[in-house]
Structure formats: structure tokens, C-alpha cells
Write a protein that binds this ligand. Structure first.
Ligand code: BG6
Length: 453
């Protein structure tokens, strides 16, 4: 994590996107690179080499990406798009975007890459379906593309899902480690790039007032919510094989949980932070089948209306089996069995096509002894609740009781709110900007370690 006020320009490298024709490249990677360019953080020798099976050239690639970026800006990209496309900035970036068409199964694709890269530092971003992760790293390894040039680096960024269960995740990890060292692997989770997710650590560990309360004696329960209004859209085929649990829980939701539950690390060093997060996750009590039945709910969205317009149900989406049992909603209750959290339930929930887009962590504190307010109706005795708002607005709010003005002592619930955008005047970010920058800079703090996955 870079704690400096103004970060330096990232080290020069080639950014190789395997799967450059896909959704991720257009919707997230290129907008994030554009934002980095706008912030003056990309070296002038930085270059993107996009690889995919589709036939195309640099001109076509740049046109596709610009069109997508403009559409993203126009629809406001869920609050994460830049406000407009700055032509000079785009032109500066576009001339450094290149495209090669090639088949991932063909060694010639990787030989061409050897020639294109020479001795430059490079990041290989696997923006493909998960079934290609292992074979692609094999191809990169066999072509010696992962051997680090003198004074430079070669890194691999891997998307999710990282395996579909413990055995397949371990197998994938072992397969990758045949070709690279652990410090060359960056398992990405874009939630870790979000400012307010990083702020959980800053808030907890740089303020004296919260941490003493942050434990079982004072906290009643914790609710972590990642609610989306979007459906699966064009990603039906991906989602059918993934579902809400694998799409969101072991990565995004668990990261939020780990940041909330972890002990203070000794430093902001990558390993110190990741070790504490791993300990928090390891303390989660596994659920037996019987407990899972009692503590987990799965659901799937039906046809309905959103903002007055009809939207299809999950089973009607493109690429989805009309009798699909894949879950689009999951809610669960967890216990973290350690000294800090024993007896404090953690409720996690996430789903698509929900009533509102809202990502937040709500910490509910235990009630005060209300003896003084015996005559106040219970629903006016608001619990103290601290909410870390992550999306769509970023901030922190604190709910507490205050006296309603008047001759009698009556209580009302009030909320104090800190809003990131108001205070720091920050632009929207996808979460990928920080992570791509950190990967170029060789800082793995905000990436996942294998044991955590
Ligand atoms: C992705 C999931 O990792 O995260 C998507 O694959 C989900 O299904 C997305 O919509 C949510 O990200 P964000 O940044 O919009 O909360």
C-alpha cells in the first residue's frame, strides 16, 4: 500500500492482456488504465499488448476500447466511470495500445510475444475464463516468458475464481508455482483496491477511539452486505458455472470480513497484513451440512421490474439454463472463533437484482443499560451502529440516540456521517487503478495470498 501523498510514476513495463477481447478488458482494465494515465502515473514507455483469438489490428482494438470507454462514461459506469473522456489523454494512451490475434493453445502465440517483449519488464494479466489459467501459465512458462530479465520483472495477475474448491485451488496453485515464484503471482480482488475497503484498516488502526470497542464485549453483531441491482447481463455462461457464492464470497465478501475482523498487523508490509487476514479467516468455524441448512439461504431472482422497466428473471437470461439451480443470492451466518469475536455473529449477504445497490459493513454495538429510559418505546431506542459505506457512496456513519428537543426527556435516533467525496473531492475509481499501479510497483499488499484463497 502506498501511503505517500502523491505516488511516483509506476515503473515502465509492458502490460500483456490475455483475453483482451473480453468484457473485463473493456469495462474495467482499460478504464482503470485511462484513469492512471489521466493521473500521470503511467510511464511514457508503458505499453499494452492485447491478445485474443479475434482477428483484428491496433486500429480496431483502439476503436473498440474507446467506444466502450465512452459508453461507460455515458452510463456513469455504476458510479465508477470518469466524468468525461479527455481526448488528449486518450490519444496519449491509445498510441500505446497494441493488439495481436493469437490462439492460446498455439505455442506460436507465445513465441511472438517473446519477440515483442524482448528484455522488457512485463505483467501478464489473465483476463480469461478460469479454465485457461493453468494452461496459459504453462504456455508462458514453457516459452520462458516468466523468467525475469536482469533488473526487471515478470508478474502474473490472476482473476477469479481461483479453483472451484479447496482441491482444485491447491492444484492450480501448484501448477502455477512450477513456473513462477510466489512473489511473481498477483491474485487480484478488485475490492481490495477500493478506497473505503482500504479505509477499514486506516479507520481501525490509526484512531484510538474505535479499536477498544471493536470486540465481543461491545459488539452485538456484524452485517456485511454486497447488494447489486444489476442482473447477470451478458455474463450468463460465466455465471451459470460460478453462482453468487463463488463469484462474490471467497473473494470480495471474505476480504471485507477479514479487514473487519483481523488483528492489527505489525506494519503495512504485504506479508504482515496478509498474515493477519489469513488468521482471521482461519478462525471462521466451518459449517457442517446440518449447520449450513440452518445458517445459509440461497435464492435466485425472478422476472420483475427495475426503475419501472421490466427485467428478465435469471432463468430467462442469455446463456442460462431455463431450469438452472444456480444461486444469485446468498446469505449466511458465520462465527469467528477467537478471543476477539467468540459469540459475535457475522451475517454476510450478497445478490444480484436486489432493491438497491449497496455495499456496506454495519457494526452493531450492544445496547446501553437503558434503566433510565424505561418509559421510552423500544423502537425509539436506536442501537449504536457504525456503518462503513463502500458503495455507491463511500463514507462512514454512526448512529446513536439523542434527546428530542422539548420539555420531556425523549430519545430519537440520529446519524453522524462522513462522506469521502464531500471531504476529499475524489473522482470515481473502479478499484482496479490502485491494484494495477501496485502490481507495476511490485507491492502485493492488496493481493491475495494462496493460503487465504
Ligand atoms: C465482480 C463479479 O467480481 O464483482 C460481478 O464477478 C460483480 O458479478 C462485481 O457484479 C461487483 O463489483 P463492483 O465493483 O461493481 O461492486
Amino acid at each position: 500500500m502506498n501511503l505517500a501523498a502523491k505516488p511516483p510514476v509506476a515503473p515502465a513495463c509492458a502490460f500483456v492482456i490475455l483475453g483482451a477481447g473480453g468484457d473485463l478488458t473493456k469495462r474495467l482494465l482499460v478504464p482503470a488504465l485511462y484513469n492512471l494515465e489521466l493521473a500521470g502515473l503511467l510511464d511514457e514507455r508503458f505499453e499494452v499488448l492485447g491478445i485474443d483469438r479475434l482477428t483484428g489490428d491496433d486500429h480496431w482494438f483502439r476503436g473498440e476500447l474507446l467506444e466502450m470507454l465512452r459508453a461507460f462514461v455515458a452510463e456513469r459506469g455504476g458510479g465508477t466511470a470518469p466524468a468525461s473522456v479527455d481526448d488528449a489523454c486518450w490519444d496519449g494512451l491509445a498510441q500505446r495500445l497494441h493488439y495481436h490475434s493469437g490462439d492460446f493453445a498455439d505455442p506460436a502465440t507465445f513465441q511472438a510475444l517473446v519477440a515483442a517483449l524482448g528484455t522488457r519488464s512485463a505483467i501478464f494479466y489473465l483476463a480469461t475464463a478460469a479454465r485457461f489459467f493453468g494452461p496459459l501459465v504453462d504456455q508462458l512458462g514453457e516459452a520462458k516468458l516468466l523468467a525475469e530479465p536482469e533488473g526487471g520483472f515478470r508478474r502474473v495477475v490472476i482473476e477469479k475464481p481461483f479453483g472451484t474448491d479447496l482441491a482444485s485451488a491447491e492444484q492450480l496453485n501448484a501448477r502455477i508455482l512450477r513456473h513462477v515464484g510466489e512473489r511473481q503471482i498477483y491474485r487480484i480482488d478488485h475490492y481490495l483496491g477500493k478506497e473505503t475497503v482500504q479505509n477499514i484498516m486506516a479507520l481501525r488502526f490509526s484512531n484510538g477511539i474505535f479499536e477498544p470497542l471493536w470486540q465481543r464485549d461491545h459488539i452485538d453483531h456484524v452485517q456485511i452486505t454486497v447488494a447489486e441491482t444489476v442482473g447477470v447481463g451478458t455474463r450468463g455462461a460465466f455465471y451459470e458455472a460460478t453462482g453468487a457464492v463463488r463469484d462474490m464470497v471467497p473473494n470480495h465478501v471474505m476480504q471485507l470480513l477479514a479487514m473487519t475482523a483481523m488483528e492489527a498487523p505489525n506494519s503495512f508490509d504485504a506479508d504482515a497484513v496478509r498474515a493477519e487476514k489469513a488468521k482471521a479467516v482461519q478462525a471462521i468455524q466451518p459449517l457442517s451440512s446440518e449447520q449450513a441448512r440452518l445458517n445459509v439461504v440461497r435464492g435466485q431472482y425472478r422476472p420483475g421490474a427495475l426503475d419501472g422497466a421490466a427485467v428478465p428473471g435469471y432463468r430467462q437470461e442469455h446463456g442460462v439454463d431455463p431450469a438452472s439451480e444456480t444461486e444469485t443470492y446468498i446469505a449466511m451466518k458465520f462465527a469467528i472463533d477467537n478471543w476477539r469475536w467468540a459469540g459475535v455473529p457475522f451475517y454476510l449477504r450478497t445478490g444480484k437484482r436486489l432493491a438497491a445497490r449497496r455495499t456496506e459493513i454495519a457494526i452493531q454495538f450492544k445496547p446501553a443499560p437503558f434503566a433510565l429510559f424505561r418509559d421510552t418505546p423500544v423502537d425509539l431506542l436506536a442501537p449504536n451502529r457504525m456503518v462503513l459505506h463502500i458503495q455507491p457512496s463511500e463514507g462512514v456513519s454512526l448512529q446513536f440516540s439523542a434527546k428530542v428537543p422539548g420539555p420531556k426527556v425523549r430519545l430519537g435516533a440520529v446519524t453522524m456521517k462522513f462522506d469521502y467525496a464531500d471531504h476529499f473531492h475524489v473522482g470515481p475509481s473502479t478499484g482496479y487503478e490502485t491494484l494495477l499501479y501496485d502490481c507495476m510497483a511490485g507491492d502485493a499488499t492488496l493481493f491475495q495470498r494462496a493460503d487465504n484463497i
